[in-house]
Write a protein that binds this ligand. Sequence first.
Ligand code: H2U
Ligand code: ZN
Length: 345
Amino acid sequence: MINFSEHPHRRYNPLNGEWVLVSPHRAKRPWQGQTEKPQQDNRPSYDPTCYLCPGNQRAQGPVNEKYTSTFVFTNDFSALLPDTPDGELTDGLFIAKAEQGISRVLCFSPDHSLTIPEMEAVDIEKVIELWCNEYQTIGSQSFINHVQIFENKGSVMGCSNPHPHGQIWAQSSIPVEVEKEQIQQSQYFKQHGRTLLSDYLTQELKKQDRIIAENNTFVCLTPFWAVWPFETMILPKRPVTRITDLTEDEKMDFAAMYQKLTIKYDNLFLTSFPYSAGIHQALTDGQEHPEWHMHMHFYPPLLRSASVKKFMVGYEMMANAQRDITAEQSAQRLRELPTIHYKKQ
Ligand code: H2U
Ligand code: ZN
């Protein structure tokens, strides 16, 4: 008889239609490869050389406002530009299309030394408020059909600057990861009349195995199909389509959950825990999209300490996503961690 906490198996991700290979028995294997140096993170509250600190000059010349809460500007090295000329190439197997878009940089706090888990909940609420405003204003432009809000945290994730910040890349076409979820969620909604994630959440709340934390509005869990060792998802219990549909109280609950999870993350390996996180929500193509159930994914690279990370290489690159430690084991570890930051304990 198969035991899913011991034997190799595949798990299905209904949100994107892909499979992950799980090899729980391998979690015990020895490690003799690369170890990262623990990140040193004793930073000053203001760094005169930081291009995101208030009042400082950025690389291309513009000077930041002397902001006191959040601050947003158009990326000086935007990957997407609004004024790209239209056009496309269809020449046999050579196919290309022009893409228009907007890239923004969002400073979460004027304090250079902070990160989300070290910020006060009221200040994280301001970050969520900023996301709402940006989603609304950028998304309402007729050429923008998708707004991707994300955060890259930590140099191992390729983050170029430790100042607490996130980004937005918004564009006219639907990016591939989002399109997969669009297809899966709309099929499910058509068949059942409920969002895929509502039904998923009902099952998870009944089972409790993968739940990390819960408040009035939000649940934080390790998805059944998680790929990254400590991958998590924050999602609202009611099928909220887009962040701008959250009430003021619900936004406070979102901030509280974002803070709680990231504190647990920092406490896991007593380090400023790196990750890529992003919000998936309804497209901004003028349709209602009742099939969308907004959620925030967290993809952290660390595996067994502040210095040993999971590589998505070899088999993962050539064949299929794979993990060793099961989602249930990760959820249990995260659930049991304190919710007071280790620096404040
Ligand atoms: P990271 O979140 O990956 O560190 O990226 C920060 C962004 O800030 C990056 O996309 C932009 C870079 O283009 N940036 C500016 O817009 N102005 C600057 O002066 C430096 C960096
Ligand atoms: Zn700074």
